[in-house]
Design a protein. Structure first.
Length: 382
Protein backbone atom coordinates (compact mmCIF):
# COMPACT_ATOMS: atom_id res chain seq x y z
CA UNK A 1 0.00 0.00 0.00
CA UNK A 2 1.42 3.32 -1.11
CA UNK A 3 1.47 6.42 1.13
CA UNK A 4 -0.35 9.66 -0.08
CA UNK A 5 1.91 12.32 -1.36
CA UNK A 6 2.64 15.35 0.87
CA UNK A 7 0.92 17.67 -1.67
CA UNK A 8 -2.39 15.79 -1.49
CA UNK A 9 -2.26 15.76 2.29
CA UNK A 10 -1.76 19.52 2.41
CA UNK A 11 -4.67 20.12 0.04
CA UNK A 12 -7.01 18.01 2.14
CA UNK A 13 -6.08 19.86 5.26
CA UNK A 14 -6.70 23.20 3.55
CA UNK A 15 -10.12 22.06 2.38
CA UNK A 16 -11.00 20.89 5.85
CA UNK A 17 -9.82 24.19 7.34
CA UNK A 18 -11.86 26.21 4.83
CA UNK A 19 -14.93 24.15 5.56
CA UNK A 20 -14.54 24.66 9.28
CA UNK A 21 -14.05 28.41 8.78
CA UNK A 22 -17.17 28.68 6.62
CA UNK A 23 -19.27 26.75 9.11
CA UNK A 24 -17.92 28.77 12.05
CA UNK A 25 -18.50 32.09 10.25
CA UNK A 26 -22.05 31.14 9.38
CA UNK A 27 -22.85 30.12 12.93
CA UNK A 28 -21.23 33.27 14.33
CA UNK A 29 -23.11 35.47 11.87
CA UNK A 30 -26.38 33.86 12.78
CA UNK A 31 -25.77 34.43 16.51
CA UNK A 32 -24.72 38.02 15.86
CA UNK A 33 -27.88 38.67 13.83
CA UNK A 34 -30.06 37.27 16.61
CA UNK A 35 -28.23 39.45 19.13
CA UNK A 36 -28.78 42.59 17.05
CA UNK A 37 -32.47 41.78 16.56
CA UNK A 38 -32.92 41.25 20.28
CA UNK A 39 -31.27 44.60 21.00
CA UNK A 40 -33.50 46.35 18.41
CA UNK A 41 -36.66 44.87 19.94
CA UNK A 42 -35.52 45.87 23.41
CA UNK A 43 -34.74 49.41 22.26
CA UNK A 44 -38.18 49.78 20.64
CA UNK A 45 -39.83 48.48 23.76
CA UNK A 46 -37.88 50.96 25.84
CA UNK A 47 -38.92 53.83 23.54
CA UNK A 48 -42.55 52.77 23.62
CA UNK A 49 -42.41 52.57 27.41
CA UNK A 50 -41.17 56.15 27.56
CA UNK A 51 -44.12 57.47 25.48
CA UNK A 52 -47.00 58.88 27.57
CA UNK A 53 -50.09 56.75 27.71
CA UNK A 54 -52.98 57.88 25.50
CA UNK A 55 -55.41 60.11 27.43
CA UNK A 56 -58.80 58.53 27.89
CA UNK A 57 -60.35 61.11 30.23
CA UNK A 58 -60.06 64.66 31.53
CA UNK A 59 -60.57 65.29 35.22
CA UNK A 60 -61.56 68.64 36.73
CA UNK A 61 -63.41 70.28 39.57
CA UNK A 62 -66.63 72.12 39.03
CA UNK A 63 -69.98 73.19 40.44
CA UNK A 64 -73.67 72.60 39.91
CA UNK A 65 -75.92 75.43 38.80
CA UNK A 66 -79.18 75.92 36.89
CA UNK A 67 -78.99 76.18 33.12
CA UNK A 68 -78.35 79.75 32.06
CA UNK A 69 -76.55 80.46 35.36
CA UNK A 70 -78.08 81.88 38.54
CA UNK A 71 -79.79 85.26 38.04
CA UNK A 72 -79.33 87.96 40.69
CA UNK A 73 -82.46 90.06 40.28
CA UNK A 74 -82.50 93.80 41.02
CA UNK A 75 -85.06 96.52 40.23
CA UNK A 76 -84.59 98.71 37.18
CA UNK A 77 -82.36 101.77 37.35
CA UNK A 78 -83.78 104.87 38.96
CA UNK A 79 -84.68 103.15 42.23
CA UNK A 80 -81.53 104.06 44.14
CA UNK A 81 -82.31 104.38 47.82
CA UNK A 82 -85.68 102.63 47.50
CA UNK A 83 -86.89 100.21 50.17
CA UNK A 84 -88.57 96.84 49.74
CA UNK A 85 -92.19 97.33 50.82
CA UNK A 86 -93.55 93.87 50.12
CA UNK A 87 -91.96 90.54 49.21
CA UNK A 88 -94.40 88.21 47.47
CA UNK A 89 -92.26 85.04 47.41
CA UNK A 90 -90.10 82.97 49.72
CA UNK A 91 -87.07 80.79 49.20
CA UNK A 92 -87.89 77.55 47.40
CA UNK A 93 -90.94 78.94 45.56
CA UNK A 94 -91.29 78.13 41.86
CA UNK A 95 -92.38 81.13 39.79
CA UNK A 96 -93.42 81.70 36.19
CA UNK A 97 -91.91 84.23 33.80
CA UNK A 98 -93.39 87.68 34.42
CA UNK A 99 -94.53 86.94 37.97
CA UNK A 100 -94.30 89.85 40.44
CA UNK A 101 -91.72 89.05 43.10
CA UNK A 102 -91.35 92.26 45.14
CA UNK A 103 -92.85 95.77 45.39
CA UNK A 104 -90.88 98.91 46.28
CA UNK A 105 -92.02 101.68 48.58
CA UNK A 106 -92.16 104.23 45.73
CA UNK A 107 -94.89 102.39 43.86
CA UNK A 108 -97.79 104.34 45.43
CA UNK A 109 -96.28 107.70 44.42
CA UNK A 110 -95.56 106.52 40.92
CA UNK A 111 -99.05 105.07 40.50
CA UNK A 112 -100.52 108.45 41.54
CA UNK A 113 -98.33 110.18 38.95
CA UNK A 114 -99.56 107.67 36.37
CA UNK A 115 -103.21 108.42 37.22
CA UNK A 116 -102.54 112.15 36.87
CA UNK A 117 -100.87 111.68 33.49
CA UNK A 118 -103.75 109.53 32.26
CA UNK A 119 -106.24 112.21 33.39
CA UNK A 120 -104.31 114.88 31.47
CA UNK A 121 -104.36 112.67 28.39
CA UNK A 122 -108.12 112.18 28.67
CA UNK A 123 -108.60 115.96 28.99
CA UNK A 124 -106.49 116.61 25.87
CA UNK A 125 -108.41 114.01 23.87
CA UNK A 126 -111.73 115.49 24.98
CA UNK A 127 -110.55 118.98 23.97
CA UNK A 128 -109.72 117.69 20.48
CA UNK A 129 -113.18 116.16 20.14
CA UNK A 130 -114.66 119.45 21.30
CA UNK A 131 -112.76 121.36 18.65
CA UNK A 132 -113.78 118.95 15.90
CA UNK A 133 -117.43 119.07 17.00
CA UNK A 134 -117.52 122.89 16.79
CA UNK A 135 -119.73 125.21 18.88
CA UNK A 136 -122.83 124.03 20.68
CA UNK A 137 -126.04 123.97 18.69
CA UNK A 138 -127.70 126.29 21.18
CA UNK A 139 -124.98 128.90 20.81
CA UNK A 140 -125.26 128.76 17.02
CA UNK A 141 -129.06 129.15 17.15
CA UNK A 142 -128.78 132.10 19.54
CA UNK A 143 -126.23 133.82 17.33
CA UNK A 144 -128.36 133.15 14.25
CA UNK A 145 -131.25 134.88 16.02
CA UNK A 146 -128.99 137.85 16.79
CA UNK A 147 -128.02 138.04 13.10
CA UNK A 148 -131.70 137.98 12.04
CA UNK A 149 -132.58 140.71 14.52
CA UNK A 150 -129.68 142.88 13.30
CA UNK A 151 -130.85 142.45 9.70
CA UNK A 152 -134.40 143.47 10.63
CA UNK A 153 -133.18 146.52 12.50
CA UNK A 154 -130.95 147.48 9.59
CA UNK A 155 -133.91 147.31 7.19
CA UNK A 156 -136.01 149.53 9.46
CA UNK A 157 -133.16 152.01 9.81
CA UNK A 158 -132.73 152.03 6.01
CA UNK A 159 -136.42 152.94 5.50
CA UNK A 160 -136.21 155.67 8.13
CA UNK A 161 -133.13 157.08 6.44
CA UNK A 162 -134.80 157.14 2.99
CA UNK A 163 -137.91 158.84 4.43
CA UNK A 164 -135.78 161.44 6.19
CA UNK A 165 -133.96 162.23 2.95
CA UNK A 166 -137.27 162.68 1.11
CA UNK A 167 -138.60 165.01 3.81
CA UNK A 168 -135.37 166.99 3.81
CA UNK A 169 -135.66 167.42 0.07
CA UNK A 170 -139.08 168.97 0.65
CA UNK A 171 -137.50 171.03 3.43
CA UNK A 172 -139.83 169.40 5.97
CA UNK A 173 -137.03 168.42 8.34
CA UNK A 174 -133.57 169.71 9.11
CA UNK A 175 -130.31 168.24 7.92
CA UNK A 176 -129.43 167.34 11.51
CA UNK A 177 -132.31 164.86 11.64
CA UNK A 178 -131.11 163.26 8.39
CA UNK A 179 -127.62 162.90 9.84
CA UNK A 180 -129.08 161.28 12.92
CA UNK A 181 -130.93 158.71 10.80
CA UNK A 182 -127.75 158.06 8.78
CA UNK A 183 -125.73 157.41 11.96
CA UNK A 184 -128.39 155.02 13.28
CA UNK A 185 -128.41 153.09 9.99
CA UNK A 186 -124.62 152.83 9.95
CA UNK A 187 -124.53 151.58 13.56
CA UNK A 188 -127.12 148.88 12.96
CA UNK A 189 -125.41 147.78 9.76
CA UNK A 190 -122.14 147.37 11.69
CA UNK A 191 -123.94 145.35 14.36
CA UNK A 192 -125.37 143.11 11.64
CA UNK A 193 -121.90 142.44 10.16
CA UNK A 194 -120.46 141.75 13.62
CA UNK A 195 -123.24 139.25 14.43
CA UNK A 196 -122.77 137.50 11.06
CA UNK A 197 -119.00 137.25 11.66
CA UNK A 198 -119.55 135.77 15.11
CA UNK A 199 -121.91 133.21 13.60
CA UNK A 200 -119.34 132.17 10.99
CA UNK A 201 -116.68 131.90 13.72
CA UNK A 202 -118.90 129.57 15.71
CA UNK A 203 -119.43 127.34 12.69
CA UNK A 204 -115.76 127.27 11.56
CA UNK A 205 -113.32 124.44 12.62
CA UNK A 206 -109.77 125.69 12.01
CA UNK A 207 -107.04 123.19 11.09
CA UNK A 208 -104.56 125.01 13.28
CA UNK A 209 -106.77 124.46 16.33
CA UNK A 210 -106.96 120.73 15.52
CA UNK A 211 -103.16 120.56 15.09
CA UNK A 212 -102.53 122.25 18.45
CA UNK A 213 -104.92 119.88 20.19
CA UNK A 214 -103.24 116.86 18.58
CA UNK A 215 -99.81 118.06 19.76
CA UNK A 216 -101.17 118.38 23.28
CA UNK A 217 -102.43 114.79 23.05
CA UNK A 218 -98.99 113.57 21.89
CA UNK A 219 -97.33 115.29 24.84
CA UNK A 220 -99.87 113.81 27.23
CA UNK A 221 -99.29 110.33 25.84
CA UNK A 222 -95.53 110.70 26.31
CA UNK A 223 -96.16 111.69 29.93
CA UNK A 224 -98.33 108.60 30.41
CA UNK A 225 -95.65 106.35 28.88
CA UNK A 226 -93.00 107.75 31.20
CA UNK A 227 -95.24 107.46 34.24
CA UNK A 228 -96.09 103.88 33.25
CA UNK A 229 -92.40 103.02 32.91
CA UNK A 230 -91.68 104.50 36.34
CA UNK A 231 -94.56 102.52 37.84
CA UNK A 232 -93.36 99.30 36.20
CA UNK A 233 -89.84 99.93 37.56
CA UNK A 234 -91.18 99.98 41.10
CA UNK A 235 -91.79 96.22 41.04
CA UNK A 236 -89.42 93.28 40.58
CA UNK A 237 -90.63 90.65 38.11
CA UNK A 238 -89.22 87.27 37.11
CA UNK A 239 -87.53 87.45 33.67
CA UNK A 240 -87.86 83.69 33.29
CA UNK A 241 -89.43 80.73 35.02
CA UNK A 242 -87.40 79.27 37.86
CA UNK A 243 -87.02 78.73 41.59
CA UNK A 244 -86.22 81.30 44.27
CA UNK A 245 -82.82 80.15 45.54
CA UNK A 246 -81.86 82.95 47.94
CA UNK A 247 -83.41 86.19 49.23
CA UNK A 248 -80.93 88.99 49.95
CA UNK A 249 -83.20 91.96 50.73
CA UNK A 250 -86.27 91.71 52.97
CA UNK A 251 -89.19 94.14 53.54
CA UNK A 252 -87.99 97.35 55.20
CA UNK A 253 -84.43 97.02 53.87
CA UNK A 254 -82.82 99.26 51.27
CA UNK A 255 -81.65 97.89 47.95
CA UNK A 256 -77.96 96.95 47.82
CA UNK A 257 -75.40 95.54 45.42
CA UNK A 258 -76.46 91.95 46.08
CA UNK A 259 -79.87 92.58 44.54
CA UNK A 260 -83.20 91.41 45.89
CA UNK A 261 -82.96 87.66 45.30
CA UNK A 262 -81.42 84.87 43.23
CA UNK A 263 -83.42 82.92 40.66
CA UNK A 264 -82.48 79.75 38.77
CA UNK A 265 -84.10 77.21 36.46
CA UNK A 266 -83.56 74.08 38.52
CA UNK A 267 -85.66 72.02 36.12
CA UNK A 268 -82.57 71.91 33.92
CA UNK A 269 -79.45 71.65 36.05
CA UNK A 270 -75.95 71.68 34.60
CA UNK A 271 -72.46 70.94 35.82
CA UNK A 272 -69.83 73.56 35.06
CA UNK A 273 -66.41 71.94 34.73
CA UNK A 274 -63.31 74.12 35.12
CA UNK A 275 -61.03 72.40 32.58
CA UNK A 276 -57.36 73.39 32.51
CA UNK A 277 -56.55 75.40 29.40
CA UNK A 278 -54.02 72.75 28.27
CA UNK A 279 -56.74 70.06 28.29
CA UNK A 280 -59.61 71.96 26.71
CA UNK A 281 -58.48 71.03 23.17
CA UNK A 282 -59.18 67.39 24.03
CA UNK A 283 -62.81 68.07 24.88
CA UNK A 284 -65.52 68.01 22.20
CA UNK A 285 -69.27 68.45 22.15
CA UNK A 286 -71.29 65.34 22.87
CA UNK A 287 -68.64 63.64 25.02
CA UNK A 288 -69.98 61.71 27.98
CA UNK A 289 -69.13 62.84 31.50
CA UNK A 290 -69.45 61.54 35.05
CA UNK A 291 -70.19 63.94 37.86
CA UNK A 292 -69.41 62.96 41.45
CA UNK A 293 -70.97 65.09 44.19
CA UNK A 294 -68.48 65.57 47.01
CA UNK A 295 -71.07 66.03 49.76
CA UNK A 296 -73.05 62.86 49.09
CA UNK A 297 -70.82 60.72 46.87
CA UNK A 298 -73.69 60.45 44.41
CA UNK A 299 -72.73 60.01 40.74
CA UNK A 300 -74.62 61.53 37.82
CA UNK A 301 -74.09 61.09 34.10
CA UNK A 302 -74.17 63.88 31.55
CA UNK A 303 -73.04 65.14 28.18
CA UNK A 304 -70.90 68.11 27.13
CA UNK A 305 -73.10 70.80 25.52
CA UNK A 306 -71.08 74.01 25.74
CA UNK A 307 -67.37 74.84 25.60
CA UNK A 308 -66.39 78.32 26.69
CA UNK A 309 -63.98 80.55 24.80
CA UNK A 310 -62.71 82.58 27.74
CA UNK A 311 -59.75 81.58 29.91
CA UNK A 312 -60.13 82.71 33.54
CA UNK A 313 -58.98 81.89 37.05
CA UNK A 314 -60.22 78.89 38.97
CA UNK A 315 -63.25 79.44 41.15
CA UNK A 316 -63.71 75.98 42.64
CA UNK A 317 -60.70 75.10 44.81
CA UNK A 318 -59.53 71.84 46.34
CA UNK A 319 -58.94 71.21 50.03
CA UNK A 320 -55.19 71.12 49.39
CA UNK A 321 -53.69 74.38 50.71
CA UNK A 322 -50.74 74.16 48.31
CA UNK A 323 -52.81 73.58 45.18
CA UNK A 324 -52.49 75.95 42.24
CA UNK A 325 -55.17 78.54 43.00
CA UNK A 326 -54.10 80.73 40.07
CA UNK A 327 -54.52 78.04 37.44
CA UNK A 328 -56.14 79.17 34.19
CA UNK A 329 -59.24 77.25 33.18
CA UNK A 330 -62.02 77.21 30.60
CA UNK A 331 -65.62 76.54 31.63
CA UNK A 332 -67.28 73.51 30.04
CA UNK A 333 -71.00 73.04 30.59
CA UNK A 334 -72.49 69.58 30.92
CA UNK A 335 -76.20 68.77 30.73
CA UNK A 336 -77.25 66.25 33.37
CA UNK A 337 -79.45 63.29 32.58
CA UNK A 338 -83.06 64.38 32.94
CA UNK A 339 -84.00 61.44 35.15
CA UNK A 340 -81.32 62.45 37.70
CA UNK A 341 -81.90 66.24 37.84
CA UNK A 342 -84.50 66.12 40.62
CA UNK A 343 -81.94 64.72 43.06
CA UNK A 344 -79.72 67.82 42.68
CA UNK A 345 -82.40 70.50 42.26
CA UNK A 346 -81.49 72.00 45.66
CA UNK A 347 -77.72 71.72 45.27
CA UNK A 348 -76.91 74.86 43.28
CA UNK A 349 -73.23 75.85 43.67
CA UNK A 350 -72.37 72.44 45.16
CA UNK A 351 -68.77 71.39 44.47
CA UNK A 352 -68.39 68.35 42.21
CA UNK A 353 -65.65 66.31 40.59
CA UNK A 354 -66.12 65.84 36.86
CA UNK A 355 -64.58 63.24 34.57
CA UNK A 356 -65.00 63.79 30.83
CA UNK A 357 -64.54 60.65 28.73
CA UNK A 358 -62.44 61.41 25.65
CA UNK A 359 -64.51 59.43 23.14
CA UNK A 360 -63.56 61.49 20.09
CA UNK A 361 -65.29 59.23 17.57
CA UNK A 362 -68.67 59.63 19.26
CA UNK A 363 -68.22 63.36 19.50
CA UNK A 364 -67.39 63.62 15.79
CA UNK A 365 -70.43 61.57 14.91
CA UNK A 366 -72.54 63.83 17.06
CA UNK A 367 -71.18 66.93 15.29
CA UNK A 368 -71.72 65.35 11.83
CA UNK A 369 -75.28 64.42 12.72
CA UNK A 370 -76.02 68.06 13.50
CA UNK A 371 -76.63 67.65 17.20
CA UNK A 372 -78.57 70.34 18.92
CA UNK A 373 -75.80 71.28 21.30
CA UNK A 374 -73.51 74.12 20.24
CA UNK A 375 -70.43 75.69 21.72
CA UNK A 376 -71.47 78.98 23.27
CA UNK A 377 -68.96 81.64 24.29
CA UNK A 378 -69.11 82.55 27.96
CA UNK A 379 -67.80 86.11 28.12
CA UNK A 380 -67.96 86.60 31.89
CA UNK A 381 -64.96 85.56 33.99
CA UNK A 382 -65.91 83.72 37.10
Amino acid sequence: MSNPSPRKTTRGRLRLLMTLLLVGGSVGGWFYYQHVQAQTVAARAAVESLKPAKRVQVHSLGRLEPAGTILQLSPSSGNEGAVIERLLVKEGDDVDAGATLAILDNQARRMAALDEAQARLATAEARLQQIKAGAKAGDIEAQQAAVNMAESQSKVAARDLNRAKELHAKQAISIELVDQRQWEFDRLLLEQRRAAGTLESLKEIRNVDVAVAEKEIAGARASVARAQADADASVVVAPAAGRILKIHTHPGEKLNDRGVLELGNVLRMQAVAEVFEADVSLVHLGMAARINIDSSGHQIDGKVVEIGNLVSRKVVLTNDPVSDTDARVVEVRIDLNSDQIESVARLSNARVEITILLNIADSQQTDAAGGSVQAISHQSAR
